[in-house]
Write a protein of this length. Structure first.
Lengths: 492, 637
């Protein structure tokens, strides 16, 4: 069944390309309806998911048996929430109106292709399959930015592509390293997590850890590997930014948990503190640089660096076996995964909103705006909701995550948690300033005719806002699933 | 059931919002929502109910109505109801009044959650939501660019304090695996000290203690009802409240008492002088708020939580009264400048009501506020003679500034020009608050201290005769000082040079210190990092391009001429850029690659050029990977 989530969008992507030019307008409804298939698959999987057990709903086919490569997909407490997030974000991004530059078929086909690929990354339980999907995700995103972007889109796309490609090269080497220790040779992730083939403590383990770590650090991105991110976001079309921030960045943090932590736990434990330090640097660096921004989209992009820092801090604390209590490590892990989901929804919404603002005002420069709350209460309301969620206000999804990350990390690395907490004050300051600059104060005369959000934009944004509130108020349904993973990881 | 004090105003707010097209109904609904909340709170307080809401993963939100919470849970909506009567009567800003009423109602919901919280997670949720609501309320008149800025300053300052609760929560969890207040005592001394540190930080920020006090000045940007509520039972009260609640456990930390007493005493003295030196009625009241909470902290630190709780209750009643009356003054005169008010003859009824508030603020017997202040003084003397004397001075200051504010604000003076007279609802609200302040005088009756101890669920120290004599003498002295200064016409300037006065009135230079020491350096750091970041971007782009170039050169040399065209593509694509890449294209690049690429849907030469270039990069990397893989696999066995 999970396979359907991957191959139906893939097949429809091909069909979309085959639509004759004169029926081009069919591409959009076709893509929208297709994107509901993964949503349905997720809903059914969530209902069938059994709390407290490992990988479930596994589907497997031999692919290249002689090399131990197979097509295997399945979900656990980590991947199920991320698959759900992916399905939701793709649906709203496809729904969100965009200037397709007269290439509607290609645009929607690329989106469906990227959806299939992204779901594949999180669903794969075979390292080679994982890597293939991982690499193809670059291709899809490259085209979205390069073709439908604005500004210096091609250069940004190129930078994104080259940079993350170097990251995946490192990842590939790491994966091969792990493979070489398996006996019999296999790329089966479940098997590797169960048997932990790489001997702990050796040089090889460290090298592998560093190699995959670089791959994931580029994708996440962690400071100092983040420099591809701001230009890519600024020049990408809004829905592509949503996917880039909401889904693609999560591949990096997913990899840190699934491969770095779960396949190399002892090496991870040894390097947990350095990783935590890098995370805190990312938190503060991202927040401080975001505060210096005058460009709305770059501001949001840097807050992604900040939020991914929270995620990595939680993961580092969770993997620091032997330090702090099991309960502290467990909630740090849960917090990290909730943060992935929360950040995806919140930043996804913020990027879509920035697309709406660009479409009306033709610029991201914050000082060009002001007083829009009176003209566009819906736009202001959703932006303020998302901004408050992003700065971690209770009652919204970001708080659930950040509270758990910090409360958990405080029991493991007290000083890192205390320093990292400063990040939430800085993000509060910068988001409030952003709201103030765009929505409050005097309305410039040229925005007298400013139009509020259209219905189709609301269709994309309201579900995100609703999920942010639901997770913020009643997160039990989500935390219970993630807790399945956290307990295993925290126990070591 | 136990959630009703939170849910009632929450739902009330939704109802008010739904009624936004019928203004009168919306106003009625807001008052009714608060009255309903009072009823719900009283019911819950009587039954001492408790409840839980599960988050999963070992986290539960726990609430219970115990101890001083029983009083507080009623006090908050009670004062809010009166403030809302006042706000609803005010019909000047028709358009935005509904939004104000809705958010005020939600402000109360957040505060009620904070009050009934029984664990640190729930506390933090209420704590931060109160702060967020205050941001909306302070920036209520958002079209004026200055007000959102003030709102942001207030929010960011208090949020810095919120970090203390994050830390406290994490420390409790690390120590005990639980977030409940009741498990706090089980924490080891080291962790308990961290919890205490976090809570003291949070309380000091929220209750506007030194050095966080100036945020209350920023909060002045909000409309009058907002100030009245924010300074009395909500927001500012949270800091003192949580310390009262948790004092029994926190006092096990040996530095807790001296630190809390110290912060309180410094703020009581410094804030008192701010209140004395201010030329703006509302800002003077704001200075006195810090000072009065300083007194509460002294009592908490000294271990007499009932005295602090009594002071909090008395202060909530008289401070909301004073702020609302200040709003009437602003309305009447169009200014809050103390040299231009003197509304005693113009608005005699309001002057009497303000006078009752001022007497309470000045701790003049037989008002209840005098009883609680003497209880604080007794506690202060118990913790040390110097603390006691300092508190006595702070008390003297409060009598003097209360008298000054009354004489300058509502003292006898020319009737002058009156822009607007108070409406019936406004007078009603003020009247009820004044009556409640007077009614608190029952504490002077025999058994008053027992009532206070029962209500606050804490201890109180009986005042000695010497303390009573001292205290009353100081009150008399204070009144005499005001009378003399009034007669000599020195009450406005106090005979101080204007620069000194302005320095003190501007919170001893704390706002500029914060700007110079914290705000500016942080934003400069951000700017600097961003500049560095952009330079790194440029460098890295070069480095990546260089790497691609190098790889292409190596490949060009290594790989056989038979796949000449592709290799040329790789080399050319990166070295000479798009132009040559297109030539390579023409020379016969693999048709499949191109077919696939354009199949994905990129038309137009521009994009195709880049994309074919890209495919080469891509395949370069894949080939390197493959070569390494094969090499490793071959040599490993």
């Amino acid at each position: 069944m999970l396979t359907l989530a991957i191959f139906v969008p893939l097949a429809v992507a091909a069909i979309t390309l085959a639509i004759p030019k004169r029926h081009e307008r069919l591409a959009r409804p076709l893509a929208i309806w297709t994107s509901f298939i993964p949503l349905i698959v997720v809903a059914v999987s969530w209902a069938r998911f059994e709390i407290g057990t490992g990988f479930q709903l596994v589907e497997s086919l031999p692919w290249i048996p002689s090399l131990g490569i197979s097509y295997t997909v399945g979900v656990d407490g980590l991947s199920l929430p991320l698959v759900a997030l992916t399905a939701v974000l793709f649906t709203v991004s496809i729904v969100f109106p965009v200037d397709d530059r007269g290439k509607a078929r290609a645009y929607y086909a690329t989106f469906l292709f990227l959806e299939a690929i992204s779901l594949g990354v999180f669903l794969s339980l075979d390292l080679i399959l994982f890597f293939v999907f991982w690499d193809l995700s670059l291709v899809g995103m490259y085209f979205l930015i390069g073709v439908w972007g604005h500004g210096d889109a091609q250069r940004s796309a190129l930078k994104f592509f080259l940079y993350t490609l170097l990251g995946s090269l490192a990842l590939l080497l790491g994966i091969l390293g792990i493979y070489l220790y398996t006996n019999p040779r296999t790329f089966d992730m479940v098997e590797i997590i169960a048997t932990l083939p790489v001997p702990a403590g050796g040089l090889a383990a460290t090298l592998i850890f560093v190699a995959v770590g670089i791959g994931f650090a580029v994708k996440t991105p962690l400071v100092p590997f983040h420099t591809w991110l701001p230009p890519a976001h600024v020049d990408a079309p809004a829905p592509a930014s949503t996917i880039l921030a909401g889904v693609l960045l999560k591949m990096g943090t997913y990899g840190f948990i699934r491969i770095s932590l779960q396949m190399l736990p002892e090496t991870f434990q040894r390097y947990a503190l350095p990783l935590g330090i890098i995370a805190v640097v990312s938190i503060l660096y991202g927040a401080l640089v975001a505060m210096a921004q005058t460009n709305l989209k770059r501001l949001i992009a840097y807050t992604s660096v900040n939020h991914m820092g929270y995620v990595i801090l939680g993961i580092a604390a969770a993997g620091a076996l032997g330090i702090g209590s099991e309960a502290s490590r467990s909630i740090a892990m849960t917090g990290a995964v909730v943060e992935m989901v929360a950040h995806g929804l919140i930043t996804g919404a913020l990027f879509l909103v920035s697309g709406s603002i660009l479409a009306r005002g033709k610029t991201y420069e914050l000082d060009q705006y002001g007083g829009l709350a009176g003209k566009a209460p819906r736009l202001a309301g959703i932006t303020i909701l998302a901004a408050f969620a992003s700065l971690g206000l209770p009652g919204l999804a970001g708080f659930v995550a950040e509270f758990q990350i910090f409360a958990g990390t405080l029991g493991v690395f007290p000083w890192l948690a205390a320093i990292g907490l400063l990040g939430i004050v800085i993000t509060a300051a910068l988001f409030l300033r952003m709201i103030q600059q765009v929505f409050l104060g005097d309305l410039p005369v040229r925005w007298e005719g400013w139009k509020d959000l259209r219905r189709v934009e609301m269709w994309a944004l309201v579900p995100l806002g609703a999920l942010v509130v639901i997770i913020g108020v009643a997160p039990a349904w989500l935390i219970r699933v993630i807790d399945t993973l956290s307990q295993v990881v925290a126990r070591g | 059931m136990v959630w009703l004090p939170v849910l009632t105003p929450l739902i009330g707010g939704v109802v008010i919002a739904a009624l936004r097209r019928q203004q009168t109904a919306a106003r009625m609904a807001s008052v009714l929502a608060m009255v309903a909340t009072v009823v719900a709170a009283a019911t819950v307080a009587a039954s001492q109910a408790a409840g839980e809401w599960t988050w999963g993963g070992g986290l539960d939100l726990a609430v219970s109505v115990t101890g001083f919470g029983r009083i507080m849970v009623i006090l908050v909506p009670l004062i809010a109801a009166l403030v809302l009567i006042f706000a609803a009567a005010n019909s000047e800003e028709d358009r935005a009044i509904v939004k104000l009423l809705v958010v005020l109602t939600w402000f109360v919901a957040a505060m009620e959650l904070l009050v009934i919280a029984a664990d640190f997670l729930t506390l933090l949720i209420g704590w931060e939501l109160v702060g967020a609501a205050s941001w909306v309320l302070i920036g209520h008149e958002w079209r004026d660019p200055d007000r959102p800025r003030s709102a942001r300053e207030a929010f960011v300052t208090t949020r810095f304090g919120d970090l203390g609760i994050y830390v406290a929560a994490g420390a409790v969890f690390a120590a005990t695996g639980s977030l409940q207040y009741t498990d706090l005592a089980a924490a080891s001394p080291g962790w308990l000290a961290i919890v205490a540190g976090g809570l003291v930080l949070a309380a000091a920020a929220k209750s506007a203690q030194v050095p966080f006090s100036p945020w209350l000045f920023s909060a002045m940007a909000g409309p009058t009802p907002v100030s009245a509520l924010l300074h009395s039972a909500t927001m500012v009260a949270a800091g003192a409240y949580i310390l009262i609640r948790l004092q029994p456990t926190l006092s096990m930390v040996n530095w807790f008492a001296p630190v809390v007493v110290g912060i309180g005493l410094i703020t009581a003295l410094a804030g008192g002088m701010v209140a004395l030196a201010q030329q703006d009625l509302k800002k003077a009241l704001a200075g006195s708020t810090s000072a009065q909470y300083g007194l509460m902290l002294i009592a908490v630190g000294a271990g007499f939580t009932a005295a602090a709780a009594g002071q909090l209750t008395a202060h909530a009643l008289f401070k909301s009264l004073l702020f609302l009356a200040a709003g009437v003054a602003l309305h009447a005169r169009g200014t809050l400048d103390l040299s231009k008010l003197r509304l005693g003859s113009a608005l005699p009824r309001i002057a009497v009501l303000f006078g009752i508030g001022a007497l309470a603020l000045g701790a003049v017997p037989p008002l209840g506020a005098a009883f609680t202040k003497e209880a604080v003084l007794a506690g202060a003397f118990h913790s040390g003679i110097w603390v006691g004397l300092g508190t006595a001075v702070a008390g003297l200051l409060s009598t003097v500034y209360a008298g000054r504010l009354h004489m300058l604000g509502y003292g006898p003076g020319p009737i002058g020009e009156i822009h607007g007279s108070p409406r019936r609802g406004e007078v009603t609200a003020l009247g009820i608050l004044a009556a409640l302040s007077l009614a608190l005088g029952i504490l002077w009756l025999p058994g008053g201290d027992a009532i206070l101890e029962w209500a606050a669920d804490g201890a109180i120290l009986a005042t000695t005769r010497a303390e009573i004599v001292l205290s009353w003498a100081l009150v008399a002295l204070g009144i005499a000082v005001v009378a003399v200064a009034w007669r000599r016409g020195r009450l406005v300037t106090l005979g101080l040079p204007s620069r000194t006065r302005e320095f003190i009135a501007g919170w001893w230079g704390l706002p500029s210190a914060a700007r110079v020491l914290i705000v500016d350096p942080v934003s400069r750091l951000g700017q600097g990092l961003f500049v560095a970041d952009r330079k790194v971007v440029a460098r890295l782009a070069d480095a990546v391009a260089g790497f691609g170039e190098l790889m292409s050169r190596i490949l060009k040399r290594v790989v056989d001429r038979s796949i000449d065209a592709i290799v040329w593509g790789i080399g050319a694509g990166t070295i000479q850029g798009a132009e040559i890449s297109r030539l390579a294209d023409d020379r016969g690049v693999d048709g499949a690659v191109e077919g696939l690429a354009s199949g994905i849907g990129v038309a137009g030469t521009q994009s195709r050029r880049t994309q074919t270039g890209m495919s080469y990069h891509y395949y370069t990397m894949m080939m390197i990977g493959l070569v390494v893989a094969i090499a490793v696999a071959a040599f490993w066995r």
